[in-house]
Design a protein around this ligand. Structure first.
Ligand code: NAP
Ligand code: F7E
Length: 331
């Protein structure tokens, strides 16, 4: 019999890639969609008709219970979150409820439906829990043993989600694993994140639809991988006999300037500086200056390997956005 997977956050970047991957593996895929009129529903129905959508919200445990009773999943991937770090400073209490306590709601829904021994659980933890301050391992990067020091309401909420997942594993013997994922991007990334904001602006500048891009802090460094590679790691975690926590990262860190260099060169522009303006509105009250991950454990124990490198990912994103922007009229 085909395995069933229930994904929260199906309308997000990772939800898209994970649904594709699990469908390819023969899973029956259920996705949770929230809101009384979610404009992303039509996109999922059109692009991924194999996904069975269930109406629920991560802040409403009763709706999660009904979703579990319908889907009867073997695997539960909790990707739902308010995931934008900058925005989390604007709505910190909402982020605590959704990104933090939402994880507890999902775990409780599994227990209340009697699934704690049968449903394997994945929690989308993040490198934002490290915060970039305790950068005491130059060259090696953060691994699963590094100290946490979150620098945003998002990072703090995710740390709660991380620890409550570990607590349910230890308290109730649940097969619950946390993937501590460093930044991963791609053609499905939200336009509010810096990589997609840049790739989309570069495409529009190339096509004459826009003349510059406004960004915040250009000095930050990130360990950027491709989202399609990272969802494979999520799945691998749930295929192990024992639950555990794993870092997924590339082991390289790059500045936003390096991303700009590659993206603009993709359209034949060698100097991006005339096209980029700094706008304090995109600065954050506290910044994570540098993130570099060490995926050695995931590589050794899961056999996880990324396929797309940094230049390949930038190229893919810019070319995708050129195609997308060429297909839409001048605006
Ligand atoms: P994303 O594109 O922002 O997607 C977030 C998803 O959460 C969306 O489907 C969103 O639904 C859903 N959601 C928000 N509030 C909800 C609620 N109250 N109830 C149910 N669903 C709700 O994020 P992503 O990049 O795919 O990331 C997936 C997960 O991994 C997130 O938890 C994120 O924090 C975490 N993560 C991401 C990265 C990364 O670099 N991408 C790295 C580490 C960890 P709507 O579309 O309806 O808003
Ligand atoms: O910012 C700087 C910004 O918003 C990256 C989420 O998926 O990854 C993501 O969080 C850097 C920061 O991603 C702009 O200040 C400059 O230093 O693309 P971002 P993030 O904050 O790293 C982690 C791992 C997650 O878990 C999160 O869910 O870029 N930056 N100028 C800008 N950032 C944005 N968004 N917009 C700008 O204009």
């Amino acid at each position: 019999m085909a395995k069933a997977a229930l994904i929260t956050g199906i309308t997000g970047q990772d939800g898209y890639h994970l649904a594709e991957f699990l469908h390819g593996k023969g899973y029956e895929v259920y996705g949770i969609i929230r809101g009384q009129h979610n404009p992303k529903r039509a996109r999922v129905e059109q692009e991924q008709p194999f996904v069975k959508l269930l109406e629920a919200d991560i802040t409403d445990t009763s709706s999660l219970i009904r979703a579990i009773e319908t889907a009867r999943p073997d695997e539960f991937y909790n990707l739902a979150a308010i995931s934008h770090v900058g925005y989390s400073f604007k709505v910190p209490q909402l982020v605590a409820d959704v990104t933090g306590k939402g994880v507890l709601n999902a775990l409780e829904a599994i227990r209340l439906t009697g699934g704690e021994k049968t449903i394997r659980f994945y929690q989308a933890s993040t490198s934002e829990m490290f915060g970039g301050l305790d950068y005491n391992r130059p060259g090696k990067g953060y691994d699963e043993t590094a100290l946490f020091h979150p620098r945003s309401p998002y990072g703090v909420a995710k740390l709660y989600g991380h620890w409550i997942t570990k607590n349910y594993r230890e308290s109730y013997g649940m097969h619950a694993s946390c993937g501590i994922l460093f930044n991963h991007e791609g053609e499905r990334r939200g336009l509010e994140f810096v990589t997609r904001k840049i790739s989309n602006a570069v495409a529009r500048i190339h096509l004459g639809k826009q003349d510059h891009i406004e960004l915040g802090n250009l000095d930050a460094k990130r360990d950027w991988g491709y989202a399609g590679d990272y969802v494979v790691g999520m799945w691998l975690m749930l295929q192990q006999d024992q639950p555990d926590d794993y870092v997924l990262a590339t082991g390289e860190t790059h500045t936003i300037g390096e991303f700009l260099d590659l993206a603009f060169k993709e359209v034949g522009i060698n100097d991006w500086k005339p096209y980029v303006k700094q706008n304090p509105a995109f600065m954050r009250p506290a910044e994570v200056d540098i993130l570099l991950g060490n995926p050695a454990k995931a590589e050794a124990k899961l056999g996880w390997r990324r396929k797309v490198d940094f230049p390949g990912m930038v190229k893919l994103m810019v070319q995708h956005d050129i195609g997308l922007e060429s297909a839409t009229s001048l605006d």
